[in-house]
Design a protein around this ligand. Sequence first.
Ligand code: ADP
Ligand code: MG
Length: 347
Amino acid sequence: MFDNEEKTNLERLGEFGLIDHLTKSVELTQETTDKGIGDDAAVLDFSGNKTLISTDLLLEGIHFDLRYVPLKHLGYKAVQVNLSDIYAMNGTASQITFSIGLSSKFPLDAVEELYSGALLACQKYGVDLVGGDTSASAQGLVISVTSIGYARAEETTYRSGAREGDLICVSGDLGGAYVGLQLLEREKRIFLENPNIQPDLEGKDYIVERQLKPEARKDIIELLRSLGVKPTAMIDVSDGLASEILHICKASEKGCKLYEEKIPIDPMTYDTARDFGLDPTVCALSGGEDYELLFTVDQGDYDKLKNQPDITVIGHITEPAAGTGLISKSGNVHPLQAQGWNAFRRV
Ligand code: ADP
Ligand code: MG
Protein backbone atom coordinates (compact mmCIF):
# COMPACT_ATOMS: atom_id res chain seq x y z
CA MET A 1 0.00 0.00 0.00
CA PHE A 2 3.01 2.32 0.27
CA ASP A 3 5.91 2.90 -1.99
CA ASN A 4 9.35 3.17 -0.53
CA GLU A 5 9.88 6.74 -1.48
CA GLU A 6 6.89 7.83 0.57
CA LYS A 7 7.87 5.68 3.51
CA THR A 8 11.30 7.27 3.44
CA ASN A 9 9.54 10.61 3.53
CA LEU A 10 7.93 9.78 6.87
CA GLU A 11 11.15 8.38 8.25
CA ARG A 12 13.14 11.35 7.04
CA LEU A 13 10.68 13.77 8.58
CA GLY A 14 10.84 12.02 11.95
CA GLU A 15 8.37 12.64 14.76
CA PHE A 16 9.02 16.36 15.20
CA GLY A 17 9.22 16.97 11.48
CA LEU A 18 5.91 15.19 10.99
CA ILE A 19 4.24 17.16 13.79
CA ASP A 20 5.51 20.43 12.30
CA HIS A 21 4.41 19.38 8.84
CA LEU A 22 0.94 18.34 9.93
CA THR A 23 0.29 21.29 12.22
CA LYS A 24 1.80 24.13 10.20
CA SER A 25 -1.59 25.22 8.90
CA VAL A 26 -3.31 25.07 12.28
CA GLU A 27 -4.83 28.42 13.19
CA LEU A 28 -6.24 29.40 16.56
CA THR A 29 -9.55 31.22 16.58
CA GLN A 30 -11.08 30.62 20.00
CA GLU A 31 -10.72 33.27 22.69
CA THR A 32 -10.66 30.46 25.28
CA THR A 33 -7.33 29.23 23.81
CA ASP A 34 -4.33 30.98 25.41
CA LYS A 35 -1.70 28.61 24.03
CA GLY A 36 -2.07 25.82 21.46
CA ILE A 37 0.49 23.46 19.95
CA GLY A 38 4.19 23.90 20.82
CA ASP A 39 4.62 23.80 24.58
CA ASP A 40 4.35 20.95 27.07
CA ALA A 41 0.63 21.62 27.50
CA ALA A 42 -2.02 23.76 25.89
CA VAL A 43 -3.37 26.59 28.06
CA LEU A 44 -7.10 27.30 28.08
CA ASP A 45 -9.16 29.83 30.01
CA PHE A 46 -12.89 29.30 30.53
CA SER A 47 -13.27 32.15 33.04
CA GLY A 48 -15.85 30.78 35.43
CA ASN A 49 -17.62 28.30 33.13
CA LYS A 50 -17.76 24.56 33.66
CA THR A 51 -15.08 22.78 31.62
CA LEU A 52 -16.26 19.76 29.60
CA ILE A 53 -13.84 17.04 28.49
CA SER A 54 -14.51 13.91 26.48
CA THR A 55 -12.19 11.45 24.80
CA ASP A 56 -12.43 8.60 22.28
CA LEU A 57 -10.02 5.94 21.12
CA LEU A 58 -10.43 4.55 17.59
CA LEU A 59 -8.60 1.41 16.50
CA GLU A 60 -8.26 0.10 12.96
CA GLY A 61 -10.10 -3.21 12.58
CA ILE A 62 -12.26 -2.52 15.64
CA HIS A 63 -13.83 0.87 14.95
CA PHE A 64 -13.11 1.41 11.28
CA ASP A 65 -12.20 -0.52 8.15
CA LEU A 66 -9.81 1.28 5.82
CA ARG A 67 -11.02 -0.87 2.93
CA TYR A 68 -14.01 1.40 2.51
CA VAL A 69 -13.45 4.39 4.77
CA PRO A 70 -11.52 7.17 3.01
CA LEU A 71 -8.89 8.62 5.36
CA LYS A 72 -10.17 12.17 5.03
CA HIS A 73 -13.63 11.03 6.10
CA LEU A 74 -12.10 9.11 8.96
CA GLY A 75 -10.30 12.19 10.30
CA TYR A 76 -13.50 14.18 9.93
CA LYS A 77 -15.64 11.56 11.64
CA ALA A 78 -13.18 11.03 14.50
CA VAL A 79 -13.54 14.72 15.37
CA GLN A 80 -17.33 14.89 14.85
CA VAL A 81 -17.96 11.88 17.06
CA ASN A 82 -16.02 13.54 19.82
CA LEU A 83 -17.57 17.00 19.48
CA SER A 84 -20.98 15.33 19.66
CA ASP A 85 -20.28 14.43 23.32
CA ILE A 86 -19.66 18.07 24.21
CA TYR A 87 -22.89 19.18 22.50
CA ALA A 88 -24.70 16.39 24.38
CA MET A 89 -23.79 18.26 27.59
CA ASN A 90 -25.41 21.38 26.07
CA GLY A 91 -21.94 22.88 25.85
CA THR A 92 -19.84 24.78 23.34
CA ALA A 93 -16.97 22.73 21.92
CA SER A 94 -13.85 24.90 21.71
CA GLN A 95 -10.69 22.77 21.43
CA ILE A 96 -9.54 19.26 20.55
CA THR A 97 -6.33 17.30 20.80
CA PHE A 98 -5.70 14.81 18.00
CA SER A 99 -3.31 11.90 18.59
CA ILE A 100 -2.22 9.31 16.07
CA GLY A 101 -0.36 6.00 16.08
CA LEU A 102 0.91 5.13 12.60
CA SER A 103 1.97 1.71 11.38
CA SER A 104 4.76 1.51 8.83
CA LYS A 105 2.31 0.99 5.96
CA PHE A 106 1.20 4.62 6.16
CA PRO A 107 2.76 6.95 3.62
CA LEU A 108 2.95 10.66 4.32
CA ASP A 109 0.11 11.52 1.96
CA ALA A 110 -2.20 9.13 3.83
CA VAL A 111 -1.44 10.91 7.12
CA GLU A 112 -2.00 14.24 5.41
CA GLU A 113 -5.41 13.05 4.19
CA LEU A 114 -6.41 11.93 7.68
CA TYR A 115 -5.24 15.20 9.17
CA SER A 116 -6.97 17.32 6.53
CA GLY A 117 -10.30 15.71 7.45
CA ALA A 118 -9.72 16.46 11.12
CA LEU A 119 -8.79 20.08 10.37
CA LEU A 120 -11.82 20.52 8.12
CA ALA A 121 -14.09 19.41 10.97
CA CYS A 122 -12.32 21.84 13.34
CA GLN A 123 -12.72 24.72 10.91
CA LYS A 124 -16.35 24.00 10.21
CA TYR A 125 -17.28 23.73 13.89
CA GLY A 126 -15.11 26.61 15.16
CA VAL A 127 -12.81 24.46 17.26
CA ASP A 128 -9.05 24.95 17.81
CA LEU A 129 -6.67 22.01 17.45
CA VAL A 130 -4.37 22.62 20.44
CA GLY A 131 -2.23 19.49 20.66
CA GLY A 132 -1.89 15.76 20.35
CA ASP A 133 0.67 13.03 20.30
CA THR A 134 2.34 11.21 17.43
CA SER A 135 3.79 7.74 17.61
CA ALA A 136 4.62 4.67 15.58
CA SER A 137 2.19 1.78 15.99
CA ALA A 138 3.14 -1.91 15.72
CA GLN A 139 -0.05 -2.70 13.85
CA GLY A 140 -2.80 -0.65 12.35
CA LEU A 141 -3.85 2.96 12.66
CA VAL A 142 -4.76 4.36 16.06
CA ILE A 143 -6.57 7.66 16.53
CA SER A 144 -7.42 9.31 19.80
CA VAL A 145 -9.36 12.54 20.00
CA THR A 146 -10.07 14.54 23.13
CA SER A 147 -12.56 17.35 22.90
CA ILE A 148 -12.82 20.21 25.32
CA GLY A 149 -15.64 22.66 25.74
CA TYR A 150 -17.49 24.77 28.25
CA ALA A 151 -20.95 25.62 29.49
CA ARG A 152 -22.42 27.88 32.12
CA ALA A 153 -23.26 25.90 35.26
CA GLU A 154 -27.01 26.40 34.76
CA GLU A 155 -27.00 25.29 31.11
CA THR A 156 -24.90 22.14 31.57
CA THR A 157 -27.23 19.21 30.85
CA TYR A 158 -26.73 15.77 32.40
CA ARG A 159 -28.30 12.40 31.65
CA SER A 160 -29.81 12.44 35.13
CA GLY A 161 -32.21 15.40 34.86
CA ALA A 162 -35.32 13.84 33.28
CA ARG A 163 -38.57 14.27 35.26
CA GLU A 164 -41.87 12.44 35.13
CA GLY A 165 -44.04 13.91 32.35
CA ASP A 166 -41.12 15.35 30.37
CA LEU A 167 -41.33 14.93 26.61
CA ILE A 168 -38.68 12.79 24.91
CA CYS A 169 -37.32 14.43 21.76
CA VAL A 170 -34.78 13.45 19.13
CA SER A 171 -33.10 15.52 16.41
CA GLY A 172 -32.87 14.53 12.73
CA ASP A 173 -33.58 10.93 11.78
CA LEU A 174 -32.31 7.57 12.98
CA GLY A 175 -31.02 4.27 11.60
CA GLY A 176 -29.36 5.76 8.50
CA ALA A 177 -25.76 5.24 9.63
CA TYR A 178 -26.39 1.58 10.36
CA VAL A 179 -28.13 0.91 7.07
CA GLY A 180 -25.33 2.81 5.28
CA LEU A 181 -22.85 0.47 6.98
CA GLN A 182 -24.76 -2.57 5.71
CA LEU A 183 -24.51 -1.18 2.21
CA LEU A 184 -20.75 -0.56 2.49
CA GLU A 185 -20.19 -4.01 3.99
CA ARG A 186 -22.11 -5.62 1.15
CA GLU A 187 -20.11 -3.76 -1.49
CA LYS A 188 -16.89 -4.73 0.28
CA ARG A 189 -17.86 -8.44 0.17
CA ILE A 190 -18.69 -8.19 -3.53
CA PHE A 191 -15.40 -6.38 -4.20
CA LEU A 192 -13.38 -8.96 -2.25
CA GLU A 193 -14.98 -11.74 -4.31
CA ASN A 194 -14.50 -9.93 -7.60
CA PRO A 195 -12.26 -6.83 -7.56
CA ASN A 196 -13.42 -5.92 -11.09
CA ILE A 197 -16.89 -5.00 -9.88
CA GLN A 198 -17.16 -1.35 -8.92
CA PRO A 199 -19.21 -0.47 -5.83
CA ASP A 200 -22.84 0.28 -6.59
CA LEU A 201 -23.83 3.04 -4.20
CA GLU A 202 -25.79 4.96 -6.80
CA GLY A 203 -28.59 7.03 -5.31
CA LYS A 204 -27.62 6.03 -1.78
CA ASP A 205 -25.60 9.15 -0.93
CA TYR A 206 -27.62 10.10 2.12
CA ILE A 207 -27.18 6.89 4.09
CA VAL A 208 -23.58 6.36 2.96
CA GLU A 209 -22.82 9.88 4.22
CA ARG A 210 -24.65 9.20 7.46
CA GLN A 211 -22.13 6.39 8.03
CA LEU A 212 -18.97 7.97 6.63
CA LYS A 213 -19.47 11.64 7.36
CA PRO A 214 -21.69 12.27 10.39
CA GLU A 215 -22.33 15.83 11.54
CA ALA A 216 -22.45 16.59 15.28
CA ARG A 217 -25.62 18.56 16.08
CA LYS A 218 -24.14 21.86 17.14
CA ASP A 219 -27.03 23.44 15.23
CA ILE A 220 -29.58 21.81 17.53
CA ILE A 221 -27.86 23.20 20.64
CA GLU A 222 -27.97 26.65 19.06
CA LEU A 223 -31.58 26.17 17.99
CA LEU A 224 -32.68 25.15 21.51
CA ARG A 225 -30.86 28.17 22.93
CA SER A 226 -32.55 30.52 20.48
CA LEU A 227 -35.96 29.00 21.31
CA GLY A 228 -35.31 29.43 25.02
CA VAL A 229 -35.57 25.69 25.66
CA LYS A 230 -33.24 24.13 28.22
CA PRO A 231 -33.37 20.31 28.00
CA THR A 232 -33.78 18.56 31.35
CA ALA A 233 -31.57 15.64 30.24
CA MET A 234 -29.57 14.92 27.09
CA ILE A 235 -27.34 12.29 25.45
CA ASP A 236 -26.02 11.79 21.93
CA VAL A 237 -27.14 8.77 19.90
CA SER A 238 -23.97 6.76 19.37
CA ASP A 239 -25.21 3.25 20.25
CA GLY A 240 -28.85 3.41 19.11
CA LEU A 241 -32.01 4.99 20.48
CA ALA A 242 -32.85 2.09 22.84
CA SER A 243 -29.50 2.12 24.58
CA GLU A 244 -29.50 5.93 24.92
CA ILE A 245 -33.01 6.32 26.35
CA LEU A 246 -32.19 3.55 28.82
CA HIS A 247 -29.12 5.55 29.91
CA ILE A 248 -31.30 8.60 30.54
CA CYS A 249 -33.94 6.57 32.41
CA LYS A 250 -31.34 4.83 34.55
CA ALA A 251 -29.43 8.01 35.40
CA SER A 252 -32.70 9.87 36.09
CA GLU A 253 -34.32 6.91 37.93
CA LYS A 254 -37.40 7.11 35.70
CA GLY A 255 -39.32 5.02 33.16
CA CYS A 256 -40.38 5.92 29.62
CA LYS A 257 -42.86 5.28 26.86
CA LEU A 258 -41.60 5.56 23.28
CA TYR A 259 -43.94 5.36 20.28
CA GLU A 260 -42.66 3.38 17.31
CA GLU A 261 -44.76 5.37 14.84
CA LYS A 262 -43.12 8.62 15.99
CA ILE A 263 -39.50 7.53 15.50
CA PRO A 264 -38.12 9.62 12.60
CA ILE A 265 -36.71 7.42 9.84
CA ASP A 266 -35.68 8.77 6.44
CA PRO A 267 -37.44 7.09 3.46
CA MET A 268 -34.10 5.97 1.99
CA THR A 269 -33.13 4.39 5.31
CA TYR A 270 -36.53 2.72 5.47
CA ASP A 271 -36.48 1.30 1.94
CA THR A 272 -32.86 0.15 2.06
CA ALA A 273 -33.38 -1.55 5.44
CA ARG A 274 -36.33 -3.42 3.91
CA ASP A 275 -34.16 -4.45 0.93
CA PHE A 276 -31.72 -5.98 3.42
CA GLY A 277 -34.54 -7.77 5.22
CA LEU A 278 -34.07 -5.54 8.26
CA ASP A 279 -36.79 -3.91 10.35
CA PRO A 280 -36.22 -0.13 10.02
CA THR A 281 -37.40 0.43 13.60
CA VAL A 282 -34.81 -2.01 14.90
CA CYS A 283 -32.14 -0.18 12.89
CA ALA A 284 -33.15 3.06 14.63
CA LEU A 285 -33.29 1.43 18.07
CA SER A 286 -30.09 -0.58 17.90
CA GLY A 287 -28.07 0.55 14.88
CA GLY A 288 -26.16 3.43 16.39
CA GLU A 289 -23.67 5.98 15.03
CA ASP A 290 -26.36 8.46 14.07
CA TYR A 291 -24.90 11.16 16.36
CA GLU A 292 -28.26 12.82 16.78
CA LEU A 293 -29.24 14.33 20.13
CA LEU A 294 -31.82 12.64 22.36
CA PHE A 295 -33.18 14.94 25.05
CA THR A 296 -36.06 15.52 27.39
CA VAL A 297 -37.93 18.81 27.87
CA ASP A 298 -40.63 20.14 30.11
CA GLN A 299 -44.14 19.64 28.66
CA GLY A 300 -44.58 23.41 28.78
CA ASP A 301 -41.93 23.73 26.05
CA TYR A 302 -44.00 21.73 23.53
CA ASP A 303 -45.32 24.80 21.71
CA LYS A 304 -41.79 26.07 21.12
CA LEU A 305 -40.73 22.76 19.56
CA LYS A 306 -43.80 21.51 17.71
CA ASN A 307 -43.08 23.30 14.44
CA GLN A 308 -39.36 22.52 14.31
CA PRO A 309 -38.81 20.12 11.38
CA ASP A 310 -35.53 18.84 12.83
CA ILE A 311 -36.93 17.89 16.23
CA THR A 312 -39.45 15.08 16.83
CA VAL A 313 -41.28 14.25 20.04
CA ILE A 314 -41.17 10.45 20.30
CA GLY A 315 -42.51 9.73 23.78
CA HIS A 316 -42.51 10.80 27.40
CA ILE A 317 -40.87 10.07 30.74
CA THR A 318 -42.88 8.08 33.29
CA GLU A 319 -42.55 7.03 36.91
CA PRO A 320 -39.95 4.25 37.27
CA ALA A 321 -42.52 1.57 38.11
CA ALA A 322 -44.04 1.92 34.62
CA GLY A 323 -40.84 0.46 33.15
CA THR A 324 -39.20 1.35 29.85
CA GLY A 325 -41.43 0.42 26.93
CA LEU A 326 -41.86 0.86 23.21
CA ILE A 327 -45.47 1.04 22.01
CA SER A 328 -45.44 -0.67 18.60
CA LYS A 329 -47.46 0.52 15.61
CA SER A 330 -50.00 -2.21 16.41
CA GLY A 331 -50.30 -0.98 20.00
CA ASN A 332 -48.33 -3.73 21.76
CA VAL A 333 -45.83 -2.82 24.46
CA HIS A 334 -42.28 -4.16 24.07
CA PRO A 335 -39.81 -3.70 26.91
CA LEU A 336 -36.82 -1.76 25.55
CA GLN A 337 -33.49 -3.57 25.54
CA ALA A 338 -30.12 -2.03 24.94
CA GLN A 339 -29.54 -4.37 22.01
CA GLY A 340 -32.97 -3.90 20.48
CA TRP A 341 -36.29 -5.46 21.33
CA ASN A 342 -35.83 -8.64 19.34
CA ALA A 343 -32.85 -10.79 18.45
CA PHE A 344 -30.96 -8.02 16.71
CA ARG A 345 -27.21 -7.92 17.16
CA ARG A 346 -24.74 -5.23 16.25
CA VAL A 347 -21.90 -6.15 13.94
P1 ADP B 1 5.92 16.07 24.57
O1 ADP B 1 7.16 15.26 24.36
O2 ADP B 1 6.06 17.18 25.55
O3 ADP B 1 4.71 15.22 24.74
P2 ADP B 1 5.59 16.26 21.75
O4 ADP B 1 6.90 16.31 21.10
O5 ADP B 1 4.85 14.96 21.75
O6 ADP B 1 5.71 16.87 23.20
O7 ADP B 1 4.66 17.33 21.06
C1 ADP B 1 5.09 18.67 20.85
C2 ADP B 1 3.88 19.54 20.59
O8 ADP B 1 3.23 19.08 19.41
C3 ADP B 1 2.85 19.51 21.71
O9 ADP B 1 2.28 20.80 21.76
C4 ADP B 1 1.85 18.51 21.21
O10 ADP B 1 0.57 18.75 21.74
C5 ADP B 1 1.90 18.73 19.70
N1 ADP B 1 1.55 17.54 18.92
C6 ADP B 1 2.17 16.32 18.90
N2 ADP B 1 1.56 15.48 18.04
C7 ADP B 1 0.50 16.16 17.53
C8 ADP B 1 -0.54 15.86 16.61
N3 ADP B 1 -0.68 14.64 16.03
N4 ADP B 1 -1.44 16.82 16.33
C9 ADP B 1 -1.36 18.03 16.92
N5 ADP B 1 -0.41 18.40 17.76
C10 ADP B 1 0.52 17.48 18.09
MG1 MG C 1 4.12 13.78 23.28
